[in-house]
Each structure stands twice: as C-alpha cells, then as structure tokens.
Design a protein around this ligand. Structure first.
Ligand code: ACO
Length: 263
C-alpha cells in the first residue's frame, strides 16, 4: 500500500510505528488527514481479506478508544509504504474454561491483523506481532483473539505453539494456556450451574461487534491492488524489548534517531 506523502513515515531500519489516541492527537491536522487515508485503505483491505462487511479499523476508533495500531510503514523516496498492521485493545469477556466454568476476563485482544497480499508469509506478521509483544510485555497465550481467521490460527500454531482452545459463543479464541497463566480467583470464576441459567459465554465491555458472524473463516479472493508496494525488506530487523505499555510518546521510535517524529 503506497501513499503520496512522507510526513508520517520514517526512514531507517525500524519500520514499525504504534498509533494510539495520544499519538494521533499530537499530529498536525494535515498529518491526521494523511493518517486517516492510510487507515482507511488499511481497514478496507483488511476487511476484504477477512470477509468482513465493514472495516474494524479507522482513525475514529483509534482516537476514541484505548486501541492501538502497530503499522509496518516506512518512507521510500516521495512515498509512504505500508505493508501491514496489527490492532489490539482491551475487552471484558465471559469465556468458558476447559472445565466449562465461566470466567470473566479482561485481556488484551488482537482485534485486527493484516499483511498485504504481496508480502504475506515473509515474516512481516511475525515482526509486527513480536514488536507488539515486546512493547507491551505480553505473552501470546495471555491474549484473546477476536474471531481469528484460519491464517491467524496457523500463524499462532506455527510461531507460538498455540492450538488448544475451548470454542466460545462470542467467537473470541482464548487458548487453554491462558488459564494456566491466569488461574481463577474466587471473584472471577463462576460455577457452571449458576451460569447455565444465563446462557452461554458472551462478551461485554467495550462494544465490539463484527457485522458477519463467522465470516472471517471464508475470506474472498483479493485481486492485486494498484496500491501494491514493492517487495518488502526481508529479513525484518529485530525489535528491542520494552516492558509494559509505555504510551504513544515513547514507543516505536525509529532506530534512525536523526529523523524527527511527525507532528
Ligand atoms: N495460509 C495458511 N497459513 C498462513 C497463510 C496462508 N495463506 N499466510 C500466513 N500463514 C501462517 C502460516 O503459519 C505461515 O507459516 P508457513 O508459511 O510456514 O505456513 C505463517 O503464518 C507465516 O508467518 P508470517 O510470514 O510472519 O505471517 P504473515 O506476514 O503472512 O502475517 C497474517 C500473518 C497477518 C495472518 C497474514 O497472513 C494476513 O494478513 N492474512 C489475511 C488477513 C487475516 O486473515 N488476518 C487475521 C484476521 S483475524 C484477526 O485479525 C483477529
């Protein structure tokens, strides 16, 4: 995906930038408009790739929620090139454990994840995911995944050995290992009998509803885009680990410190 401006992108070897409400709010109006264009294209292409009727990522959602989008983007000559992105945010969910207990949990969730068709299976997704894990100090098993596609399930199995999970009626995937990492406390675990009277697992908290239930499992073919980027730089550079979610002002600064961040 290519865009005819350079003000948002960095040169150098570190290509992943995290965008959240704080960072977006600090942009000049012109740069906010440019970012809105990037997110519009990203959101639409991701939705098409996943068979969603409408995008789940746009600038409004990033400005008004705790969600953050890690974008693999860089400057090339007079253009900004975007290869993919990963959006995460916290949700309150009710999920069944392997023993059918209902648990209320509030994990960081993978909400949108897309790498352009021209460069899938070349390590871009792994680089994005690892950058997010390192930046926020997360374990892949401690996350919830919103309606993961077969490609994402394959990705998680291959890179992190994540496979076993209990099907949930809210279509989030929480791997069984989550419950090893996060044992139930009395206040967060409820008995199966009590909760059967209320029906099956459901998601609550921040509203987040996909327009097509189950649609991610059958993404339609995507025709090559006129916005295709060139071959991505592979291998992807390693990303330094930073513990915790430090906020927009301190994350994903390009390794080329001579480049001023966009305003
Ligand atoms: N078919 C099956 N598995 C795939 C495919 C594919 N077409 N593409 C990637 N994978 C999995 C495989 O495990 C693959 O390993 P392999 O090539 O040895 O089989 C592994 O991912 C490759 O890892 P990366 O190269 O780091 O992943 P990539 O850059 O392709 O990014 C992603 C993975 C984001 C899932 C990408 O394939 C994509 O954008 N797919 C289309 C959109 C999509 O399905 N997004 C997830 C939606 S669910 C959600 O967002 C919560």
């Amino acid at each position: 995906m290519e865009f005819d401006f350079t003000s948002l992108a960095f040169g150098g070897e570190q290509h992943i930038v995290a965008w959240d409400a704080k960072r977006i709010g600090a942009l000049k109006p012109e740069n906010q408009q440019n970012l809105a264009k990037v997110l519009d294209v990203f959101g639409k292409k991701s939705a098409v790739a996943q068979g969603l009727q409408t995008p789940v990522t746009d600038i409004h959602r990033l400005r008004t929620t705790d969600q953050r989008l890690y974008l693999y983007m860089y400057r090339q000559s007079t253009k900004t090139v975007v290869l993919g992105g990963l959006k995460v945010g916290t949700k309150r969910l009710y999920v069944r454990t392997i023993t059918a207990d209902l648990r209320e949990i509030e994990p960081i969730c993978v909400l949108d994840f897309y790498v352009h068709e021209s460069c899938q299976r070349r390590g871009i997704g792994k680089a994005l995911f690892e950058h997010f894990l390192n930046t926020e100090g997360c374990d892949p098993a401690s996350l919830a995944y919103d309606r993961p596609s077969p490609k994402l399930l394959a990705f998680l199995g291959k890179h992190y050995g994540l496979q076993e999970h209990v099907p949930q009626s809210n279509n989030y995937v929480v791997f069984n290992r989550y419950f090893d990492l996060n044992p139930a406390s009395a206040s967060t675990s409820r008995s199966q009998g009590r909760l059967n009277s209320r029906g099956s697992a459901m998601s609550t908290g921040t509203p987040h509803v996909h327009p097509l239930h189950g649609s991610r499992s059958t993404p339609p073919p995507v025709s090559p885009s006129p916005l295709l980027s060139q071959t991505p730089p592979v291998p992807v550079p390693a990303v330094p680990a930073v513990q915790g979610w430090p906020g927009a002002g301190t994350i994903s600064t390009p390794s080329t410190s001579t480049v001023a961040p966009p305003q």
